[in-house]
Design a binder for this molecule. Structure first.
Ligand code: IVH
Length: 655
């Protein structure tokens, strides 16, 4: 039967509401309550209904997020009220002075503190509860109308339960992980890289083709309102109201009384800065009493009632001293910049990645150049810009090498990569082992770069399989290995057994096959991926010809090693391909909450491999709630409903 005929307008309304609720949990609350599959299925039913009933399409239907092409640039558009910028302060001295100035205007105010997001500012205009305009900041008075692009941002509601006209202001950001992903793709396609997440966000927002904006996973974080008729006395209450309309909350916020409390929350935000998904460049302090804000007013440039207390910069200027070459596990040669040591937010940076030789050529990077380097989070620092105007003529061009720096074999250019062709190259073997043990692979604690290099140098480990021939006796002969360290390493190797199957595939280091592709292969084929044909592999969404060929070639050369490793490691085959063995969790509905030793996704994969269903919210039908640290409302709800609760440790014991 056709799906259209079974959906009436009430069901259509309910379906749109359901999709929006799922999207709100996913994009705004960061706490999904459904699967992608469920979402896609319902989305397509809604789409079909709308194609047959074009006059009854709801304004907040998720299908309305797909925008058009704008051929001749964006129109200018005035803001209903001015968008201000902020005065900056950099230290406690600056804070003291700003507070004194503010207290002179009003001695009894409190302060609302929230992150200063590093992205692009955006003004949203809602009328009669419907998003009608999205405008860039521009000069603060007039910006550019980018409504079509703005509608593709999932954390921006298309409709809100507030019917008066309101301007909601905030920052559009790209999460650090997404930025890394975009640049990785651009690198593979030989495109110029974005210098930092801020540029990537601003560039993505101003795309003439809104499908490009849609593909960039932008996120909107509200920080204030322009024109509004809200009667709140406190900014903190006003912001809570804005969040309640369906917008994302800041990762940290607080109402503070004075110097000490402001300093305390600043230090917390600064300390946690790397762990936030978005880039922060400081903390914004705003007078919390709205009447006092109005009283204090503005200078010609900035409000008197707010200030940006900046964090130390993550971008610094330094000098490029030398280039060294690194040989990766696939033989790819990565040029690494050695720079004049520079302190970037408490970490002395001496090396930075230059990605590849095309990138060096495109940026015309030379030894001796003054360069901008970016360090954020735990990713490798990178050179983002060359200050060519600072050159004095003593800079030297960087030549493409012809031979492998480790084994001296000739190098070949393969598309954007320069590669050592020697499969036996020491660097390739060592890096393959380092990769095998790394976090997105088997996550073997204590088997980092230094130890792998030592094991290789001493002749104990010359291949992945050798890792599982290590014994206490052999390890104790190595320098720096006492009983405890050796035993810990052996335990870690043991603990890496029975991992999720995708981790096993990923750990093999097959070229072009990363975490995502490994998950697809594991899910589609289970243990049989080694026998899958090219036709079957390319049928998987997200896997192209080149990747499929890479899999086949890898299996052709390494089948024996794969089989032996699999016998030793006994990874868990995904349920779709194998009935899970009997265990406590098989067939049970489980909810996860709190911070665990591994990511929520990893724990979910593991439980699903055991035949459990992992759900987002606790109900009477939940069999177990498994909790980590700082478990919150889900734990309380489980207790209330009498759902069995298990700590992560108890769960592991039961497995
Ligand atoms: S408030 C009247 N709050 O920083 C107050 N701005 O340097 C005006 N920004 O253009 C701005 N996070 O794009 C405010 N929590 C935050 C912010 C924030 C980022 C940006 C914003 C503004 C710039 C000012």
């Amino acid at each position: 039967m056709n799906t259209i005929s079974i959906m009436n307008s009430i069901e259509y309304n309910n379906a749109v509401e359901q999709l929006n609720l799922w999207a709100y949990h996913y994009y705004v609350l960061d706490d999904p309550i459904n699967t992608d599959e469920e979402y896609d299925k319902l989305y397509h039913i809604v789409l079909e209904y709308e194609e047959n009933n074009p006059d009854s399409v709801l304004k907040n239907s998720p299908t309305q997020r797909v925008g058009d092409n704008i051929s001749d640039g964006f129109m200018k558009e005035p803001h209903l009220s001015r968008m201000w910028s902020l005065e900056d302060i950099f230290d406690t001295d600056g804070l003291q002075k700003w507070l004194e100035k503010t207290y002179r205007l009003n001695g009894s105010v409190t302060f609302y503190c929230e992150p200063k997001y590093d992205g692009a500012s955006l003004n949203l205009v809602y009328k009669d509860g419907v998003l009608i305009k999205g405008i860039t900041r521009g000069d603060g008075t007039i910006g550019e109308l980018i409504t079509q692009n703005v509608k593709t941002i999932n954390s921006i509601p298309l409709t809100i339960e507030h019917k008066e006209t309101i301007e909601i202001r905030g920052e559009v950001v790209i999460f650090k992980s997404e930025f890394e992903k975009i640049n990785k793709e651009r690198l593979a396609q030989g495109q110029a890289l974005f210098a930092n997440p801020r540029n990537a966000a601003a560039g993505s927002l101003r795309q003439l083709d809104s499908s490009i904006t849609a593909s960039r996973n932008l996120v909107f974080l509200p920080y204030g309102v322009g024109v509004d008729n809200l009667a709140f006395k406190l900014l903190s209450d006003k912001m809570e109201y804005i969040y309640s309309l369906g917008f994302k909350k800041p990762p940290q916020r607080a109402v503070t009384k004075g110097f000490d409390e402001i300093k305390e929350i600043y230090e917390i935000m600064h300390r946690d800065r790397d762990s936030y998904e978005m880039m922060l460049d400081g903390m914004v302090i705003k007078v919390n009493e709205i009447a006092a804000q109005i009283d204090m007013g503005y200078t010609v440039k900035v409000p008197r009632f707010a200030v940006a207390y900046k964090f130390p910069a993550v971008e610094k200027i330094t000098t490029l001293k030398d280039i060294v070459l690194q040989v990766g596990r696939t033989g790819a040669i990565t040029p690494v910049a050695i720079v004049e040591p520079t302190d970037i937010d408490g970490v002395v940076v001496e090396r930075a990645t230059l990605h590849n030789f095309d990138e060096i050529e495109r940026k015309d990077i030379r030894v001796g150049d003054r360069v901008i380097i970016l360090r954020s989070g735990d990713v490798i620092p990178k050179i983002t810009k060359v200050l060519t105007h600072e050159r004095d003529g003593n800079e030297t061009k960087i030549e493409k090498p012809r031979y492998c720096p480790v084994c001296k074999h000739e190098l070949l250019q393969e598309e954007v990569l320069l590669k050592c062709q020697n499969l036996e190259c020491d660097a390739r073997i060592v890096n393959a082992i380092i990769y095998f043990a790394s976090k997105p692979c088997l996550n073997i604690d204590g088997l980092g770069i230094k130890i792998v290099e030592q094991l290789f140098r001493e002749g104990l480990v010359k291949s992945l399989l050798d890792l599982y021939d290590l014994t206490l006796e052999k390890l104790l002969k190595l320098e720096g290995f006492k009983e405890k360290k050796a035993q810990n390493l052996l335990n870690s190797l043991e603990n890496a057994k029975r991992s999720e199957y995708w981790r096993f595939i990923n750990s093999l280091g097959i070229e072009h096959i990363g975490e995502v592709a490994s998950k697809i292969l594991a899910k589609e084929f289970g243990f049989c991926w080694v026998d899958a044909t090219k036709e079957k592999i390319v049928e998987c969404e997200g896997i192209g010809e080149e990747m499929a060929e890479s899999v086949l070639e890898f299996v052709r050369v390494n089948r024996k090693t794969i089989e032996r490793l699999q016998t030793i490691l006994q990874p868990l085959e995904p349920v779709k391909h194998k009935e899970a063995v009997e265990n406590l969790f098989k067939g049970k509905t489980i909810v996860l909450t709190g911070t665990m030793s591994k990511s929520r996704g990893d724990i979910k994969d593991m439980l699903e491999a055991l035949g459990a269903k992992v759900s987002g919210s606790v109900s009477k039908r939940t069999d177990y709630l498994i909790y980590g640290e700082d478990a919150g409302s889900k734990y309380d709800k489980a207790e209330k409903l009498g759902v069995k609760t298990l700590s992560e440790k108890e769960m592991r014991e039961k497995i």
